[in-house]
Design a protein around this ligand. Structure first.
Ligand code: BGC
Length: 739
């Protein structure tokens, strides 16, 4: 269907235009039948379709049966852009077939604390990784002529008071950490829509924040789609429209539409702003209805895709004496209710009415099973505990299915602890006393503490792996598939070690991001804190070696691309995939504090035993930059460190970044050191400084070289006004030397 947008803009009444700026109901935009404008449908997202079609007494109930793919927390661990693309394709096809024009996802908020109840939907703690993975997903969905809504823009880092919390964050932290994944997706994958978050940032609700929705999103990044509100996120409708929020969802019941009409009539809102919003909405609707033809989708085939995806996401955290893979399940005992009824998704708006569910027991029929605790996986049951512990002594191996119960993590509230239910920790501790071959399979949406981690033989982390997770678990336990996932978040030892521990969920109305850019591994690296498992960590049933690292140039200048090449070899006996990670480590002594290293490249390489491949990753100016009122790659020698995990960087190279000296912005706090260290030529000032130093030595000829150095160091920290008071110089004269 082709819409005549100029005609519509000309013939829509003011009331109709205002009406288009809010939804018809929970899931539909409004139609204007007299002009042939159809209504389109949106649907959650992000790891399956939660499409509501049935209404009772005007209210939507239930949702269609659909396929639950692995959730964001699991998908991210695959580090596999092609997989993200493929899952996106599947979701796009499903959405199209169900009459959905825009899928509400992906959710690319950065995991600030492992306690966030919604972390299971999010992809990780590193903005580069999240941005890369989400871009592939978005391209996959949109290739099927279905839009996405990139959410929740921005800094929706907690569920506690999520609809009103005021997040106090400095601009550098926002740009480098909390906005960067959105930026990458907007620039690379061009999402049709974006969803603003509920929270406030520095005193302004995201829904009515012109800096966020217009300056950053449109002016800086070139976003040309529609911004919709999260459901119920609109505070003041007219300022929101002015700030750049086109669509209020789910609906305003007409109230806010009337406010828009009144504001245009009394002149407080210009018709231009409303027309601009309506044009963007029409362009989005046009994309949605351009071609609505569709093929029926095959749910069983998508279930198989979900199983493959879950296999690719699993992270093998421990595997002593290569206990895994098991040759068979003969003599093996499965323990824990999740073996029968796995945890595979989280609670809230992303909750899928999955058409099918495969548990590990379904996939391994006949295996011996004992619950070991209450069916809810959180209640201690003495009889069941004893039964499992005693049966474990004669088992060849015991697979314990542990993890967070469903009600422990969800949209709408945060977790209270990093621990698993005590009955699970107790069970595992007792099992290891009886049997040395204990394998723990984990289901959870974000990091948990594992006090028994060094006592069990193996840990296979499935995260929340979607409806086919049981089949995938069995494939991995038996070695039909080799684990290849790597953690997309640091697994900390204690809650008290986490970067925002002092602030998280502690304030009633405000959150202070005092840890600044030191989020995730950036924090643990800088503080040299031990962790349970580092970011990027994951084992395999085979072994790999990395070699021959080289960089395309020793010098890097603005506008250059640096090609990094290395070889990866499968040195073991099984086929498998390695995730090669590239971190950039800045030199010491830059003008701002920077994390010791940051992920700037990764690739997943599939290799047969003995096979070797060459891989390349490309760095650009942004790879070396931090935010300083713009992106700045400060001069110096940067290390390029490559390895299979953030803590195992086996190869390093270096590159000298050259920077054109920049003229300083002089402020009250500018020091002599700032001026001389800027590299920018200030000949008059340099002359003046030399003279000052000469005079100092002349007046106090007794100064030894150590004292001279001390004085010089003190001088470097002297702000310009202090220079004036020590030299009796007029500040204007000094400023002139610097103009
Ligand atoms: C969630 C969104 C979701 C929307 C519609 C909100 O509560 O935060 O992520 O897309 O509901 O269900």
């Amino acid at each position: 269907m082709k819409l005549d947008i100029p005609y519509m803009l000309e013939h829509l009444t003011l009331e109709e235009k205002a009406g288009l700026c809010s939804g018809k109901d929970q899931w539909f935009t409004k139609a204007v039948e007299r002009l042939g404008l159809p209504s389109i449908m949106v649907s959650d997202g992000p790891h399956g379709l939660r499409t509501q079609k049935e209404k009772v007494n005007g209210q939507y109930i239930g949702s269609i049966k659909s396929v639950c793919f692995p959730t964001g927390c699991a998908l991210a661990c695959s580090y596999d852009r092609d997989l993200m693309h493929h899952v996106g394709n599947d979701l796009g096809k499903e959405a199209r077939a169900e009459g959905v024009q825009t899928l509400l996802g992906p959710a690319v908020n950065i995991k600030r604390s492992p306690l966030c109840g919604r972390n299971f939907e999010y992809l990780g703690e590193d903005p580069y990784q999240v941005g890369e993975m989400a871009s592939s997903y978005v391209k996959g969905v949109q290739e099927e002529h279905v839009g996405v809504s990139l959410k929740h823009f921005a800094a929706n880092s907690q569920e506690f008071r999520r609809m009103s919390i005021d997040e106090h964050i400095d601009e550098r932290t926002l740009r480098e950490i909390y906005l960067a994944a959105f930026e990458k997706v907007v620039k690379e994958a061009k999402p049709w829509t974006l969803m603003c978050s509920y929270n406030q940032i520095n005193g302004a609700y995201s829904s009515e924040n012109p800096w966020l929705l217009t300056k950053v999103l449109r002016d800086d990044w070139g976003f040309d789609g529609v911004v919709m509100s999260d459901w119920g996120a609109v505070n003041r409708r007219v300022p929101a429209l002015r700030a750049g929020l086109e669509l209020e969802m789910p609906s305003s019941g007409g109230v806010n539409d009337r406010k828009i009409v009144a504001a245009v009539k009394d002149g407080s809102l210009s018709m231009e702003v409303l027309d601009r919003a309506v044009r963007r909405l029409l362009e989005w609707i046009q994309k949605g209805v351009e071609d609505t033809s569709h093929a029926p989708y095959d749910k069983e085939a998508d279930h198989e895709d979900a199983r493959k995806a879950s296999c690719a996401c699993a992270v093998l955290l421990r595997n002593e004496h290569s206990l895994l893979p098991l040759p068979s399940f003969d003599g093996v005992l499965f323990v824990g209710p999740f073996a029968k009824k796995p945890r595979f998704q989280g609670g809230g708006s992303s909750h899928i009415n999955n058409f099918k569910l495969t548990s590990a027991i379904d996939a391994a029929p006949g295996v011996t099973y004992l619950p070991g605790m209450g069916d809810d996986s959180e209640t201690r049951d003495e009889k069941r505990l004893e039964e499992a512990v005693s049966a474990s002594s004669s088992a060849k191996a015991v697979v314990v299915f542990a993890g967070l119960p469903e009600t422990w993590e969800s949209e709408g509230y945060d977790r209270a602890t990093l621990s698993l239910p005590p009955c699970q920790d107790e069970l595992i501790a007792k099992l290891v006393e009886k049997n040395k071959n204990i394998i723990v399979v984990l289901h959870h949406g974000s990091s948990v503490t594992m006090p028994w981690r060094n006592d069990v033989a193996s840990i296979l982390d499935m995260y929340l792996g979607g409806q086919a997770v049981g089949g995938a678990t069995v494939d991995l336990l038996l070695g039909k598939v080799n684990p290849s996932g790597k953690l997309a978040e640091t697994s900390p030892l204690r809650l008290e070690d986490t970067p925002c521990y002092l602030d998280y969920d502690k304030g009633q109305h405000d959150a202070y991001y005092g840890e600044r850019v030191f989020v995730g591994y950036r924090w643990y690296d800088e503080r040299k804190l031990p962790v349970q498992y580092p970011f990027g960590f994951g084992l395999s049933y085979t072994t790999f070696s990395l070699s021959s690292l080289s960089v395309s140039s020793k010098v890097f200048k603005e506008g250059d691309l640096l090609v990094v090449t290395l070889k990866v070899k499968n040195t073991g006996k099984k086929t498998g995939s390695e995730v090669v990670q590239l971190y950039v480590a800045p030199p010491k002594g830059l003008s701002v504090a920077r994390p010791p290293k940051e992920l700037k490249g990764f690739c997943k390489v599939f290799l047969q035993p003995g096979e070797e491949k060459e891989v390349t990753m490309t760095l650009d100016g942004r790879s070396f930059s931090y935010w300083d009122n713009g992106w700045r790659a400060e001069k110096g020698v940067y290390a390029i460190a490559v390895g299979p995990s953030s803590q195992e960087l086996t190869l390093t190279a270096s590159v000298t970044v050259e920077e054109k000296p920049r003229k300083l912005t002089i402020t009250d706090a500018t020091t002599i050191g700032d001026v001389l260290g800027s590299g920018y030529p200030y000949p008059a000032f340099e002359q003046f400084f030399k003279q000052m130093m000469r005079q100092m030595s002349a007046t106090d000829g007794t100064l030894g070289s150590g004292e001279k150095a001390m004085r010089e160091a003190m001088m470097m920290s002297l702000p310009l006004h202090a220079v004036c008071s020590f030299t009796n110089l007029d500040l204007d004269v000094l400023l002139k030397m610097l103009s």
